[in-house]
Each structure stands twice: as structure tokens, then as C-alpha cells.
Design a binder for this molecule. Structure first.
Ligand code: K7E
Ligand code: CUA
Length: 642
């Protein structure tokens, strides 16, 4: 029944006869999984359906998004505040979906800002960024965000080690003496999700790359891959590839919690922003925090251990049972798999091979479950199914390799087009993989799609894993760089999805909760327009009395209380984006007119049959003018002078 296309390997488009059926979701029907895909250098997160590969939403996280007004509306600007000021972009590498008892619970998605170290929390009821916390004492937040079994902590390791404390202005070639790394444990308040930096662990100046929490029997531990144990500060491609082995670091975070409780941490002064979006005020606030607690393993034993891992470790993944930790050396010809039980025995029996900067190094053979032999070239990341199998992506040999954890035998391999980075099995990093598919997020697209100039679409590929052999089902284009992704059953999320913001719960101080509350007020050279929108007019839609030099704040409240009826707002010549206002929400656009005249404003989202009539005018007079503030929709009202 199934027909394999007969094309030479390497050229194959190799879809099986029933692939189209397996990836086909008929019009009007829902997908089985939500796929949350990071945008890499787009700074956003995107949401696709699986198995269809259809794009549903782009969630603005670290980058401004003029389509939605994110980072442009006054209410959202604070989300992108940092200790460096407003940073309108970042590089969102990894995603972690919240878990309870190691299983997806559908509450939040976390994403990391790789460039200006930050972690964001996205509320999966609204699919909006709810909180962003900056990470101090970090030079680049790559090893992040990874979560513990019950989402107790989101964890972030710094990629770049950096000088810290009061010795910041140092020669770069004093790296070995002056540069340090940290991993940060950010506690997550249950049930609000609010984040707080609980503690940081101060570490030698290596580069932390990736990480995973222990789970099940290894709950309480965390594993990080690190490279550049040479501690090179230049030409790392050569200088950080000298040693045969770098490390996977094992952190006993329950022990760290004990030290913290016993007051063994040191307070360090730092500066970092903590930004929270308030769903009832429809508004973000940013607070600059000044202190973190640092734990130093030099003084605090039994908290941190190193395990040798060949060569330039990248991925570091724990299997669903929590017993096995898979390291992936980018330049290694094998995949080492460590055993949690053996790690515990080796620690108890002190099977150390000396130390690295004061941190005990466990004997490689003592902690090894075994090595996967000849798996492929350039192993990067591993995800797991519910049957004891692992799936590892290979960048150089451009394939996904399936192998069995128990005896480390390679079972199957399938080519990816081209150069897969991360891969995703729904539930793959959790205790309960949902199995069924593996998705490859590829680094190179080349000839897979119609050419679009020098830049091609990014791409992902869907394979089925429910049989013995992986089968290619679908190519689908993605936006940004699809860096990492998680997938979660649609059932867990769709029932909780917010449909509207209730007007009676709208606590935005600038809301006009009804047309009768619409008004225009002058406060010095600020003009505040409290505007409402409803199909198909603004109140007010004629405004006069604005003068050159004024700053005009349009506070627009969408009075609709029906699902899927946003209104937009834009004014001619504004050096700003539009607003896109959800039902029951208030958002504010700041406009500084720079010339005299009458300026059109209009609704940007096709909301109704008379959407095109949803428009108005605002008059701007010269600076010295005495045109009074007036405003109206149909009937003219005068401002009461304050
Ligand atoms: Cu492998 Cu930045 Cu997640 Cu790239 S890291 S692939
Ligand atoms: Cu409101 Cu178009």
C-alpha cells in the first residue's frame, strides 16, 4: 500500500503514499497540537498547528511589533526596558513550556533573550508576554530557559563569561583571572507565575551552552553543558577546541536551596529590570532591581560537580525517566549518555579525577551509561518518545537519528533538508512525551521552496514517529529563525483561551468605559484623548484645539465584548506604529504632530461592513493659536477648562 518514492538518497523528496493524509487537516478542523516555535533573531515566538504546519500567531516577546503596537503603545514600552534602557530587539533561542510533575500543564511558555540577557513568560491564556526579567552577571543568555519539574525554577546559564562586581574595566586578556560565569535560578510563583531571581551560582569562566533539569529520580538536579573549558578569549573556533573533553555540569539545586536558607549566599549589587504586564490595567511597569544573592561552590561543597564530555558539548538532554543525561559534543564522533544512578554512586565513592577551578571532576567511565557509536556527524540535540527511544539531530550529516536508550543501538535515520539544528517531539523534554511526530528545525533551506531573492524562507519538516521508521510528512515554512520549539496537545490549551477582556474589569487609568466617558483634556502641552471604538465609529472623531509642540496621547478603549473584534487605530504622520486593541482593552498611542493641518485618523483592522467609514480628523493649529479644545462625534462638546 505504501509506496516509497524511488529517488537516489540525498536527492529524495521521499514522501510516503499516505503522508499527505497524515499531515492534512481539512478546512474548518482543528490541529492536534500547538507548536510554539522560537523566532531566533526575530525576537518573537510563533505558533503553528501540527500536523498541518499552519501559522496561527506571532507572539511579540523581545522585539517591537508594529503590527500589534507592541513596544510602540505607551502601555507596552516598559516591557522592553532593561538596565541598558529600552532594547527593542533580542534573539529568542529557546522555549520552555511549564510543567507540573514533569508533564505539560499549559500555563506558560518561557523564552530567553540571548543578547541582552532576559527571560520572558508568556501567558498561554492570552498568548501574550506577561513578564520579562533581566539577568544580571550574565554576558549572553543562551543556556536558558529551562525549567524544573514543577516549574519551581526557570534556569539561565550565561554563554559569555564576563567581569563582574566592581572590577569591570579590565584588559580582555586577563580573562582567566577576571572573567566568571553564572547560572541563575529564577523562582516562579505558583499560581501567578511571577518570576524572581532566587539565587545565582558563581562559576569558572567557561561558556554555558544548554541545560536540562533532572526529573523523576533526578528531580533536584540540573545539568548544563559547557564549552571553552580552555577559557579562551579570542578565536574560540580554534582555542576553545583544544581539549579532548569539556564538561557537563551537574548542580544539586536542592543543596543550593539549603545553603540559601542557611544564609550562605552573598549579596551582590547589580542592576536589572523586572517588567510585568498587568492584565487588568492593560499596562506594563518596569522596576529596576539592585541586588542578587550569589552562592560560590568554592565555599559550599556538594553543590556542583563536573563530568567530562567529549568535545565541545552542545545539547544536554535528560530522558523522560530522569535516569539518563545525553551530552552531544559538536565535534565528537560518539554520543555519551550519563547515568544519574552512577553519578550518585561516583559522588558517594568520591570517584574524582581531580578538580577544575576547585570544582570536583567526576571520572568519565564511572558516570557513563555508555556511548552511542557512529551515530552521525555533529550531534546537537536530543528529544525522546514514550517508548524508550531518543532522536538526535545532526547538523553536519543533516539527519535525525533514532536510537534506543537501553542498549544505545541506532535504529533508524532520516535525512533533513538541510542541516537540522533543534528538533522537537511533542512533550519530548517532559516526563510524558506525547510522541507521534518529530519536527526538524532546519538551518538551511536552499532549493526547498520558490526562490525569494538572497533570503529564503526558514523551514521546518514534520516526520511521523509512530511506526518503526521515521517518515517525512510535510515541509512548512517558518518565520524568523525557527530555533527551538515545543509542542503541546491542543486540548490542554484551547479550552483556556481568553476571548475578550471584560470591560467591567478594565482598570486602565485612561480607559473610557462607554462613549459618554469619551473626552479630550489638555494638561499643559499634553493633550489626552480618551477615545472609544465600536463598530463603526470612534468617539470622538473630530478633535480641534491641538497646537504644534503638543504631545497627543490617544487612549483608545475598544468597547466591543465579542470574540475576534479588534479595532485598530492610526493617525497620519505619526512616528509610531498603529494600535491594535482587543475587545475590552485600552491602549495608548503617543503622537507629536510636527506640522499644522488637519490629519486623518482611522481604524486599521477590517472590523465591519462600515469599517471604511470608521475614521475621523484631528486639527493641529500653530503654537500660539487660541483655538479651544473641542471634540465630537456628531454633536460638538466643549472641554471644561481645568
Ligand atoms: Cu543548538 Cu542556540 Cu539551541 Cu542553535 S543552540 S541549534
Ligand atoms: Cu474598526 Cu475597522
Amino acid at each position: 500500500m505504501m509506496q516509497t518514492a524511488c529517488k537516489p538518497k540525498g536527492m529524495q523528496t521521499a514522501v510516503q503514499g499516505d503522508a499527505a493524509v497524515k499531515a492534512y487537516v481539512p478546512p474548518g478542523q482543528y490541529d492536534e497540537f500547538y507548536n510554539f516555535v522560537s523566532g531566533g533573531f526575530s525576537g518573537q515566538m510563533s505558533v503553528y498547528g501540527l500536523p498541518s504546519g499552519r501559522l496561527f500567531r506571532v507572539i511579540p516577546v523581545f522585539s517591537v511589533d508594529p503590527e500589534k503596537g507592541y513596544g510602540y503603545a505607551e502601555e507596552t514600552k516598559a516591557m522592553l526596558n532593561t538596565s541598558h534602557g529600552f532594547v527593542p530587539w533580542d534573539d529568542l533561542h529557546h522555549i520552555a513550556l511549564s510543567t507540573s510533575e514533569g508533564i505539560h500543564d499549559g500555563r506558560w511558555a518561557f523564552g530567553n533573550g540571548n543578547n541582552t540577557p532576559r527571560i520572558a513568560r508568556i501567558d498561554l491564556k492570552t498568548f501574550r508576554t506577561a513578564e520579562i526579567i533581566e539577568i544580571p552577571n550574565s554576558g549572553g543568555n543562551h543556556s536558558s530557559p529551562f525549567i524544573t519539574e514543577n516549574s519551581e525554577y526557570v534556569v539561565a546559564g550565561t554563554r559569555f563569561s564576563v567581569p563582574m562586581g566592581d572590577k569591570l574595566d579590565v584588559p580582555i586578556n586577563t580573562y582567566k583571572e577576571n572573567f566568571r560565569g553564572t547560572v541563575s535560578f529564577i523562582s516562579v510563583d505558583q499560581p501567578t507565575g511571577h518570576m524572581k531571581i532566587a539565587f545565582q551560582i558563581l562559576l569558572p569562566g567557561v561558556n554555558f551552552d544548554l541545560a536540562r533539569a533532572g526529573k523523576g529520580k533526578s528531580h533536584g538536579w540540573f545539568f548544563f553543558s559547557c564549552y571553552n573549558s580552555e577559557r579562551a578569549n579570542t578565536l574560540l573556533e580554534v582555542n576553545a577546541s583544544q581539549k579532548d573533553k569539556d564538561f557537563v555540569m551537574a548542580v544539586n539545586w536542592k543543596k543550593a536551596e539549603e545553603y540559601l536558607k542557611a544564609g550562605k549566599g552573598q549579596k551582590r549589587s547589580v542592576k536589572y529590570a523586572h517588567n510585568v504586564y498587568d492584565d487588568s490595567k492593560h499596562m506594563a511597569t518596569s522596576t529596576i532591581e539592585n541586588e542578587v544573592i550569589v552562592l560560590d561552590p568554592k565555599d559550599l561543597p556538594d553543590m556542583v560537580y563536573l563530568m567530562p564530555c567529549p568535545k565541545s558539548p552542545h545539547g544536554c538532554d535528560t530522558d523522560p525517566t530522569g535516569e539518563y543525561i545525553v551530552g552531544s559534543g559538536k565535534l565528537a564522533a560518539i554520543i555519551p549518555v550519563f547515568s544519574f544512578t552512577k553519578i550518585q554512586e561516583a559522588i558517594a565513592q568520591k570517584k574524582f579525577d581531580g578538580d577544575y577551578e576547585g570544582i570536583p571532576v567526576l571520572n568519565y567511565d564511572a558516570v557513563l551509561h555508555g556511548e552511542v557509536k557512529k551515530p552521525g556527524l555533529g550531534p546537537l540535540h536530543t528529544e525522546f518518545d514514550d517508548k524508550g527511544n531518543a532522536y538526535t539531530s545532526f547538523f553536519v550529516s543533516s539527519e535525525i537519528v533514532k536510537w534506543r536508550i537501553s542498549d544505545l543501538q541506532v535504529l533508524d535515520r532520516v535525512a533533513t533538508y538541510y542541516s537540522v539544528g533543534h528538533l522537537c517531539v511533542p512533550g519530548g523534554p517532559t516526563k510524558k512525551p506525547w510522541g507521534k511526530y518529530v519536527i526538524a528545525y532546519n538551518k538551511i533551506t536552499k532549493d526547498r521552496y520558490l526562490p525569494t531573492g538572497p533570503e529564503l524562507t526558514q523551514s521546518a519538516q514534520l516526520f511521523s514517529i509512530d511506526g518503526d521508521k521515521m517518515k517525512l510528512l510535510l515541509d512548512f515554512p517558518t518565520i524568523g529563525e525557527p530555533h527551538y520549539a515545543e509542542a503541546i496537545p491542543a486540548e490542554l490549551l484551547k479550552k483556556n483561551s481568553t476571548k475578550i477582556y471584560k470591560l467591567e474589569e478594565n482598570k486602565n487609568p485612561y480607559a473610557a468605559l462607554g462613549e459618554k466617558n469619551a473626552k479630550v483634556e489638555r494638561k499643559g502641552n499634553e493633550v489626552h484623548v480618551y477615545m472609544t471604538s465600536i463598530r463603526s465609529h470612534f468617539t470622538p472623531d473630530n478633535i480641534e484645539g491641538v497646537k504644534l509642540g503638543d504631545a497627543v496621547y490617544f487612549h483608545v478603549t475598544n468597547l466591543e465584548q465579542d470574540w475576534d473584534v479588534p479595532h485598530g487605530f492610526a493617525v497620519k504622520g505619526a512616528n509610531n506604529a498603529e494600535l491594535l486593541i482587543m475587545p475590552g482593552e485600552t491602549q495608548t498611542l503617543l503622537w507629536k504632530p510636527e506640522r499644522v493641518g488637519v490629519f486623518p485618523m482611522y481604524c486599521t483592522d477590517f472590523c465591519s461592513a462600515l469599517h471604511q467609514e470608521m475614521q475621523g480628523y484631528i486639527r493641529v493649529s500653530p503654537a500660539g493659536s487660541n483655538v479651544p479644545i473641542t471634540f465630537s462625534t456628531g454633536v460638538k462638546r466643549e472641554e471644561k477648562v481645568q
